[in-house]
Design a protein around this ligand. Structure first.
Ligand code: ATP
Ligand code: MG
Length: 183
């Protein structure tokens, strides 16, 4: 499974609809300071369900929406679509291409879609659990993550291996079942 395309509109510095293609092999994003390189990786984490505005380098979720510039008015919503190649059937569903979309409005209202069908955030999180691609997964390595891998705290190290081993989904379901039993 690999990233094919990222479509960004109204997210951070990307006011206009911007499409980034990731052909096979390695893609490097280069550009001057402040040109939006990190905003691209923020967009990837955001569409995969990141809920922490701080980890997206903002104060509140609204900060991901294009705030306007000298020549442009602010925009009312941000939208990001990430398209993944699933020919390998890494995710065992009937699609060879998976597009996940997230939208957020200034009102705080959010919409999520998988292949253009409306869904819950939970469906996106579950879809990527154990694939190594979730927002907390090991395929996106940000600052501080390396330290986590090297961390002496066994709990933190274990989380990474559990994701790689593909058992996070079962642990999450178990937790949910236990929660329901308690209620
Ligand atoms: P560096 O090389 O310094 O790491 P970078 O290319 O990673 O730079 P980013 O951090 O991705 O740059 O982009 C920062 C730019 O994005 C800033 O100019 C900031 O004003 C702009 N920006 C962030 N959020 C918004 C927003 N909501 N609306 C408009 N512009 C935004
Ligand atoms: Mg940067």
């Amino acid at each position: 499974m690999f990233l094919k395309r990222l479509e960004i509109r109204g997210f951070k510095s990307f006011a206009d609809k911007t499409e980034l293609e990731f052909p096979k092999g390695i893609t490097a994003v280069v550009g001057p300071n402040g040109s939006g390189k990190s905003n691209i990786s923020d967009a990837v984490r955001w569409v995969l369900g990141e809920q922490s505005a701080k980890s997206l380098r903002g104060q509140k979720m609204e900060d991901v929406i294009f705030a306007g510039s000298d020549s442009r008015k602010p925009i009312n919503y941000a939208e990001v679509t990430l398209v993944l190649d699933n020919e390998s059937q890494t995710i065992p569903i009937d699609y060879t291409e998976i597009a996940v979309t997230r939208k957020v409005y200034r009102s705080g209202e959010s919409d999520y879609f998988i292949n253009n069908q409306s869904c819950r955030l939970k469906d996106i999180t579950e879809l990527f659990m154990d694939t190594g691609l979730g927002k907390e997964a090991y395929s996106i390595i940000g600052q501080g993550r390396i330290e986590e891998v090297l961390s002496t705290k066994s709990e933190e190290r274990r989380g990474i291996f559990e994701e790689a081993a593909g058992i996070i989904k079962y642990k999450a379901r178990k937790r949910e079942a236990e929660k329901r039993l308690e209620e």
